[in-house]
Design a protein around this ligand. Structure first.
Ligand SMILES: [Zn+2]
Length: 106
């Protein structure tokens, strides 16, 4: 079932993507790590607190990040705030890891 979900390209040059980023910041959606290694996250729905959506990210070595979310918008191929919140969290974690490595090497 998961395999037929199309991955979206997280392209900062795309206006729809940028809108989803500001939406996520405004509504303060919180992404949570399910598996950092597999880049799986969950994000609570802002309209239904009982509902959680699952976000998967893929980071190709060269190129833009890919991602998909199982919320209604994400399944229709729209950029959603769950996706952008998860990408922001993933980026933050990667930076933290890099900083820790540097501190250890110093
Ligand atoms: Zn979503």
């Amino acid at each position: 079932m998961d395999t037929d979900i199309r991955m979206l390209r997280l392209d900062p040059a795309n206006a729809d993507f940028r809108r989803a980023v500001s939406r996520a910041i405004k509504s303060r959606v919180q992404a949570h790590v399910v598996s950092e290694e597999k880049r799986i996250f969950t994000v609570r729905s802002s309209t239904d607190p009982a509902q959680h959506y699952v976000v998967r990210l893929a980071v190709p070595p060269n190129g833009l990040w890919l991602g998909c979310c199982n919320c209604p918008g994400g399944q229709r191929g729209y950029y959603c705030q769950h996706l952008t919140a998860s990408a922001a969290l993933s980026e933050r974690l990667a930076k933290q890891r890099a900083a820790t490595k540097q501190a250890e090497a110093a």
